[in-house]
Design a protein around this ligand. Structure first.
Ligand SMILES: *[C@@H]1O[C@H](CO)[C@@H](O)[C@H](O)[C@H]1NC(C)=O
Ligand SMILES: *[C@@H]1O[C@H](CO)[C@@H](O)[C@H](O)[C@H]1NC(C)=O
Ligand SMILES: *[C@@H]1O[C@H](CO)[C@@H](O)[C@H](O)[C@H]1NC(C)=O
Length: 747
């Protein structure tokens, strides 16, 4: 059923790395380039493909390279990937001088070094209103995403996971043109009616970087299995992490088909590595194969022409915003044509009771569970380890619980150091004081000792008790799982979620949307794990896109994004504004969560759509991909693109922004504008009433933003909402009044 992939290069390198068989050695010597001299991997972009047959596109790439390389052999040695389906371009090993020469050729739009990049449940879907026990209308009407194909560009997949069981699935959709590429620990039988395709890409990575992974679509790291099962895992009863977060694990579109594009590899140190070249190769193939939505939980180069071509081919591209929050301006993957996803925290927590010797109880958070060989929850001596960043050899803490405090540094950085120092010193427990990072996975593996997170106030209480007691003791009990509104406010934007504004596209609000991404339970290997990150939020959006696409097959990627954004929630379950966790905690704004937290049920019937013809992107962002000399100064402003958001980074005089909405609800509908102006800005909408009927389905309106003050200001935020009886169509607005260009106030 699966066409074999006749790719000598892939096979040969796999041979070389794993010495499976000497069969294709000839092929290997010819095609596997030896790294020599100072050649590096570059990615050349040639724009839209201009030839009908992929072979002709490849021939044209060889033609281009023949201008700078002498022989056919040199070309074959140099070229690593030809991008020939969704767009034209190639990845090639070149010297710096050759890359410069290549960039000067008229047919070449850009040449960039291939950069390294990194990767950044159960309850979350119930929280979003998609419960399969009481199936939501969206789930049943979309037939659980049946026949929608979600492509995951990630670390591969673990096909044995119960989440990818294909029992009861119909045949693979006939439009599918992908392959099942075999390799180490992966044969044709590992593809199924659930995992309908699998490929892998490793060009540009060294043997050293690949040796800790399977040279195949198999996932050694667990990240890709987690994201795939979040987007499209079949329902699995009684999943959990050592008794925590138990329930039915399933993906957002539990019947959708999965196509695996492994482009991130597990390094010996356990981190993920990949390159621009491999991600582009994956996107090019995914366009060819016929995926409907691509989910990329990784941070890649901004200049994402691959994603642009995917969108032009009708593929919705969903990217992680990155995990660099709460600092501003670090949001990544911000191209206007993709959906950039922030991470929110759901209404689940893992309270862990710490009892002090004076009977005072403190409720910490942890993923501590009673291991079989654990010494149980008993009172132990408490020791103060200070910051715990240095070895604790000054103090004898064997068998004791150590209190450590990370006052300023992100706990992501300090916790592992503190844990390692505390373990080295022979301690039997760790109480770690920090500001909230909403990422419990740092405490998921504490090598058998209980480790809990507390805030500064709790740490202070413990310190006070320690100062008073002659021999202070504490007891840590295993964590419990608590869900529902009675606990902390939810959703909240997670502290680690990267924040806007976008440096590359300031005339666009980024991120676009927030989705659950903190302590998400999903498949990892044969079991289930809680992971946090915008990596976990991204497949939530991909799953929702799959459901919406099943319901509305004719919607463009821009329409799907519009539906998701204009229906997002900006208030929590109690109607309070959504908070953004960080330093300090505050009300969330569009640079934290874009349009808000995703609301799948409402997204199914958005009323109005802000659509974009994919060819429009070029009118606005031609300079993005072109050599600077070709940039057209008359290019339109990014804020004129018909996005479901408006950002004006330099408001010095009144600016009028145009938007067009398409009515996709009842023919006869009247919408009225509800305006919430950003502080310091006057906002006028014309017309302020939109009257739709059978003849008039598309209406353009103007939003005029006028500065009320003259100052070098910070961003303020507002919104424009179109209301009729049934629908609330809201877009976020960000504006900054300025006087000078590039004026920083960071003193
Ligand atoms: C996947 O293939 C391997 C052999 O390469 C086999 O051992 C394993 O059982 C297969 N798994 C599934 C789910 O078919
Ligand atoms: C701890 O021990 C290490 C290695 O023995 C030593 O280098 C370091 O200075 C010691 N630190 C303290 C605070 O004593
Ligand atoms: C620059 O853009 C404007 C507006 O889109 C267009 O009319 C003009 O022809 C373009 N010029 C060049 C040199 O591409």
């Amino acid at each position: 059923m699966y066409p074999a992939l006749h790719n000598c290069k892939q096979r040969s390198s796999e041979m070389e790395l794993h010495r499976l068989a000497p069969l294709l050695l000839v092929c290997l010597c010819m095609l596997l380039p030896r790294a020599h001299g100072s050649r590096k991997l570059y990615v050349a972009y040639l724009g839209e493909r201009k030839h009908g047959h992929p072979d002709d596109v490849v021939a044209s790439h060889h033609g281009t390279l023949s201008s700078i390389l002498q022989s056919k052999q040199e070309i074959l040695d140099s070229i690593v990937y030809s991008y020939k389906h969704g767009f034209s371009g190639f990845a090639a090993l070149l010297t710096k001088e050759q890359a410069r020469q290549l960039a000067e050729l008229p047919e070449v739009i850009s040449v960039q070094p291939s950069r390294r990049y990194k990767t950044t449940t159960t309850r979350s879907w119930d929280f979003l209103g998609l419960n399969d026990k009481v199936p939501s209308e969206l789930l049943t009407r979309s037939r659980y995403g049946d026949d929608i194909i979600i492509g995951l560009i990630d670390t591969g997949i673990w096909p044995e996971s119960r989440s990818f069981n294909d029992d009861g699935y119909g045949p693979v959709p006939s439009r599918w043109k992908g392959v099942c590429q075999t390799g180490v620990g992966w044969d044709r039988g590992n593809c199924s009616r659930k995992i309908i395709g699998a490929r892998f890409y490793h060009a540009g990575l060294t043997k050293e970087e690949l040796k800790a992974d399977y040279l195949s679509p198999r996932d050694a790291r667990g990240h890709g299995t987690h994201t795939a099962s979040t987007a499209a895992g079949s329902a699995v009863e009684a999943a959990g992490f050592h008794g925590l977060a138990t329930g039915t694990a399933r993906g957002g579109a539990p019947r959708a088909r999965i196509a695996v594009y492994k482009s991130v590899w597990r390094s010996a140190a356990g981190a993920g590595v990949g390159t621009t070249a491999t991600v582009l190769a994956a996107i090019d193939d995914a366009i060819h194969d016929g995926v409907d939505v691509l989910s990329l939980s990784l941070v890649v180069e901004e200049n994402s022409f691959g994603a642009l071509h995917a969108v032009q081919n009708g593929v919705t591209v969903v990217y992680a915003a990155g995990n660099s929050g709460p600092a501003p301006q670090l949001v990544r993957n911000t191209a206007p044509w993709v959906i950039t996803v922030a991470a929110s925290k759901i209404d689940r927590s893992f309270p862990t009771v710490v009892t002090l010797g004076n009977k005072q109880q403190i409720v910490a958070q942890s993923l501590y569970y009673e291991a079989k060989n654990s010494s149980g929850s008993t009172f132990r001596l408490l020791a103060d380890g200070g910051l715990c960043v240095d070895a604790l050899n000054g103090t004898d803490v064997r068998g004791q619980i150590v209190l450590c405090a990370a006052f300023q540094s992100p706990p992501f950085l300090l916790f592992p150091i503190a844990l390692s120092n505390v373990l080295d010193a022979g301690a039997s427990g760790l109480i770690f004081a920090q500001y909230s990072m909403d990422a419990l996975d740092v405490v998921a593996d504490c090598k058998g000792i209980p480790c809990v997170l507390v805030d500064m106030d709790m740490a202070n209480q413990i310190s006070n008790y320690m100062a008073d007691a002659s021999s202070p003791v504490a007891k840590i009990e295993p964590a419990r799982t608590v869900t529902g509104e009675v606990e902390a406010p939810a959703p909240k934007v997670a502290a680690f979620s990267s924040r806007g504004p976008s440096v590359n596209y300031p005339e666009i609000i980024k991120p676009d949307i927030a989705a659950p991404g903190a302590s998400i339970l999903a498949a990892k290997g044969d079991s289930y794990a809680l992971l946090s990150g915008t990596s976990m939020a991204t497949p939530h959006v991909a799953g929702v896109v799959a459901l919406l696409k099943a319901l509305h097959p004719d919607w463009s990627p821009a329409a799907l994004k519009s539906a998701i954004m204009t229906t997002a929630s900006v208030t929590d379950v109690r109607g309070m504004p959504i908070l953004a966790q960080g330093l300090p905690r505050k009300f969330a704004d569009p640079f934290d969560y874009g349009a808000g937290n995703i609301n799948p049920t409402r997204a199914a019937e958005p009323g109005l759509i802000y659509d974009i013809d994919p060819s429009d992107y070029k009118k606005f962002f031609g300079c993005t991909f072109k050599k600077s000399v070709q940039c057209n100064a008359t290019m339109l402003h990014g804020y004129q693109l018909n996005l479901p958001s408006i950002a004006i980074p330099d408001l010095r005089h009144p600016i009028t922004v145009s938007r067009t909405v398409t009515n996709i609800g009842d023919f006869n509908a009247v919408y009225r504008a509800v305006i919430e102006s950003p502080a310091g800005v006057r906002m006028d909408v014309e017309p302020s009433v939109l009257v739709f009927d059978a003849a008039s389905k598309v209406i353009t309106f103007q939003v005029k933003l006028s500065p009320l003050w003259r100052l070098q200001g910070a961003y303020t935020f507002g919104s424009l909402t179109w209301l009729n009886g049934q629908n609330t169509v809201r877009i976020p607005i960000a504006a900054r009044i300025t006087i000078h260009d590039f004026y920083a106030d960071v003193s």
